[in-house]
Design a protein around this ligand. Structure first.
Ligand code: SOE
Length: 380
């Protein structure tokens, strides 16, 4: 029997994200054996009885709940993990914190900064551990990018450029709302690509390049009306289908960001590039084990973009996996996030991004949407 301290997880929501998180909890101790805690899949909570029972059986949850309010009250739950649509994050997180539970929340923290700020207050007042699942920070190549930027190797940073491109909502026949399509319903999601996809880009950007001061944005909703799954009626579409913004960072560099769900051929093309006075780096989610690096200080006869395969044991997280040259994937970022969360409990340090960190991203998203609406620059 393991001597590890059990950490009883109550998961709310069983969609795509419920699966990624569950997988993270299940695998973490096999690959990160030195952690003091062992996540236990104690309870899965969701309204649909048939589906939550099937989910519990498939993933090995010990029990089920139909109402998150009951879950939050349970003495045998240590941490509440929120994988529900964005409109319920705040209510669940605040109740969980008030009940003294640790809170892990799927991104974005909530629909707006106004809704997010009380969540920050609640976890800080209760003194409970908290984190938001901006998982791309935990791609080894992205963590390495952070180390390279922090080392000063790039020199003064001039440009930060990021894209997150998808194409899954192009069909006008796709309805909005309901279980699988709540991301298209502004009431449930808060916004479209800005809160869903640019939030990832903004989180990484703030982490790598510091805070964003002001923004100027355009958004577009290409399909103006869609049938709503819940009402059956054709209703106005309130989300942004595409968003482009540029910005100033506090360090004086310029940022350029684009996201759309209408880039035919792109399924999840998240890329970023940072240009400094001495060197540049770029990364692409479709080839996530690689980091490209250009160093102007190299001898001019051999100078050029280096394509570095991030699989050696001295790369972030990679000593925990296979042998040099063998890749890991998307799901490992969630295992890493669980590992870092458990390590933060062992060390008594915050697990980034905390709710407070994620509030910053929500503020930038708000400024982007306000800028597009008013056709004006907005301070963050
Ligand atoms: C949307 O399609 C989505 O699943 C986002 O919600 C995730 O956060 C992103 O990582 C992949 O795309």
């Amino acid at each position: 029997m393991s001597e590890k301290k059990p950490l009883n997880i109550g998961l709310v929501g069983y969609g795509f994200m419920g699966r990624t998180h569950s997988n993270g909890y299940k695998r973490v101790n096999d690959f990160f054996p030195d952690l003091a805690h062992r996540p236990v899949l104690k309870a899965i909570c969701a309204r649909n009885e048939e589906r939550r029972t099937a989910f519990a059986e498939q993933w090995g949850f010990e029990s089920t709940e139909s109402d998150w309010r009951e879950l939050v009250k349970r003495d045998d739950i240590d941490a509440i993990d929120i994988c529900t649509p964005n409109d319920s994050h705040a209510e669940i997180a605040i109740a969980a914190a008030e009940a003294g539970k640790m809170v892990l929340c799927e991104k974005p923290l909530a629909r707006t900064a106004e809704e997010s700020a009380p969540m920050v207050e609640a976890v800080e007042k209760a003194g409970v551990a908290n984190t938001v699942w901006y998982n791309y920070r935990r791609v080894p190549a992205v963590t390495l990018a952070k180390q390279i930027v922090d080392s000063g190797k790039l020199g003064q940073i001039f440009h930060y450029r990021a894209n997150f491109l998808q194409d899954w909502t192009i069909s006008a026949d796709l309805p909005q709302g309901g279980e699988g399509l709540w991301r298209l319903d502004v009431d449930a999601a808060g916004s479209g690509v800005t809160g869903d996809l640019l939030a990832h880009c903004i989180d990484t950007a703030i982490w790598l390049n510091g805070s964003i001061s002001d923004v100027s944005a355009v958004t577009e909703t290409f399909i103006k009306e869609r049938q709503h799954t819940l009402t059956g009626k054709v209703e106005k579409v309130g989300i942004d289908d595409a968003c482009i913004f540029h910005c100033h960072f506090a360090n004086g560099s310029l940022g350029l960001f684009e996201s759309t769900r209408y880039a035919r051929g792109h399924k999840a093309l998240y890329t970023f590039e940072i240009n400094g006075a001495d060197a540049s780096i770029r990364w692409d989610l479709h080839d996530l084990n690689r980091l490209e690096y250009f160093d102007h200080r190299d001898d001019s006869t051999t100078r050029g973009w280096r394509n570095v395969h991030i699989t050696d044991g001295d790369m972030p997280y990679m000593d925990k996996w296979w042998v040099p040259g063998l890749c890991i994937g998307y799901e490992h970022t969630f295992v890493h996030q669980v590992a870092d969360f458990l390590a933060s409990l062992d060390n008594g340090t915050p697990c980034n991004p905390t709710f407070r960190d994620a509030l910053e991203t929500t503020k930038v998203c708000d400024a982007v949407l306000a800028s597009a609406k008013d056709r004006a620059w907005k301070d963050v």
